[in-house]
Design a protein around this ligand. Sequence first.
Ligand SMILES: [Mg+2]
Length: 124
Amino acid sequence: MREIQAFLSNFQKEMNWEISEENYKESKASILHNYMLLTTEVSEVAEEFRAIFNKTYKLATVEGMDEKEAFQMAKDLHKENIGKELSDCIAYLVKFANYLDIDLEESFYQKMNEVKLRTNKDQS
Ligand SMILES: [Mg+2]
């Protein structure tokens, strides 16, 4: 994760895609803009899953293929695209982490430990 954060820090500088640190107003506008770009990428992941479900339906229901095979074929067909969209999401998430100087690797394992230890209200 630290490697990815360092890579993206350089990449964003190179592309001139950093969150503005000009002043509060510029930073706020830049953060909101990047947040919208992140949500756009999240919706692109949903579009890919929707395409998988549509393809599975077409192969299984319309063309009579075994549903399990159809689903696998659809996943295989969209795997590369979903990888790209998930990568877009990661790029924006890491951009926010870099802007705030957050060590995502440390934060991630801390959070997962919190999740593991927290009481599940549904089970108590
Ligand atoms: Mg995308």
